[in-house]
Ligand binder design. Structure first.
Ligand code: UDP
Length: 237
């Protein structure tokens, strides 16, 4: 099943997709490929907000597991998302796509602070807006940041590009018989703890009736297919 053609979306990419085939960090060639997909989507007239994770550089939970203070580690994770946002801005602008980064942690030498009305104006002018630093608070993730920005920017849907092609009833890497949902309810995702996004992000989308479209961003051209309602995906609504 697919959604009506959206006018404005929030695209969430996990930090890991920026690594390409590397084990860590940012692969500029792969970011350029992603940027080309984002440009193609934008060229159809779509208004685009982006949120990029930071897991390719640092995750607070991983730091905490090694003895760091969780909040301190989470702030490092948020800074990682700003680096990814700047990398994506660079790649988009090299393709001629005007892009603004707005960070939930203010750092006025490198990007704008999050200001909803200003972001609105950027979208009206055809700019892509990348929201960095999640919600700007520890103990959250960029999934929650994505749900929050999707709600405040009144996006028609949240598109989550990951390395799997949808939501399964069990882990497809461990269970060959795992089945992919075409569509699944927010409540089932929460009750069965299905791997989509954090529970807080799913609940925020549910409470604001924002559909979540989960798809694989690893396959070339898939974003365009999914936006056209043709690609393999799971819709949570
Ligand atoms: N983070 C945070 N608050 C936020 C967003 C992110 O503390 O609002 C931190 C957290 O440590 C997280 C890290 O930033 O692990 C990177 O984000 P995330 O894990 O969501 O990245 P992804 O898995 O999407 O690459």
């Amino acid at each position: 099943m697919s959604l009506p053609k959206p006018k404005r979306i929030l695209l969430k990419l996990s930090g890991e997709v920026l690594m390409g085939d590397q084990q860590f960090g940012i692969d500029p060639a792969f970011v350029a490929e992603l940027a080309a997909e984002v440009k193609a989507a934008k060229d159809t007239g779509l208004e685009l907000c982006l949120v990029i994770g930071g897991g390719n550089i640092f995750r607070g939970m991983a730091g905490a597991a090694k003895g760091m203070d969780r909040a301190q580690a989470d702030y490092m994770g948020m800074l990682a998302t700003v680096m990814n946002a700047l990398a994506m801005q660079n790649a988009l602008e090299q393709l001629g796509v005007p892009t603004r980064v707005q960070s939930a942690i203010e750092m006025d030498k490198v990007c704008e602070p999050v200001i909803r009305r200003r972001a609105e104006r950027h979208l009206e002018k055809g700019r892509v807006v990348i929201f960095a630093a999640g919600v700007g608070a520890p103990y959250f993730t960029t999934d929650s940041g994505a749900a929050l920005r999707a709600a405040e920017m009144k996006c028609d849907a949240l598109y989550k590009g990951t390395s799997v092609d949808g939501v399964y009833d069990s882990d497809p890497k461990k269970n060959a018989a795992a089945k992919r949902f075409e569509t699944v309810s927010y409540d089932r995702v929460l009750a069965d703890n299905l791997k989509v996004m954090d529970a807080s992000a799913v609940a925020l989308c549910r409470d604001n009736a924002i559909p979540i479209v989960v798809f694989s961003i690893r396959e070339k051209g898939n974003l365009a297919r999914v936006l056209a309602g043709e690609g393999v995906q799971t819709v949570v609504q």
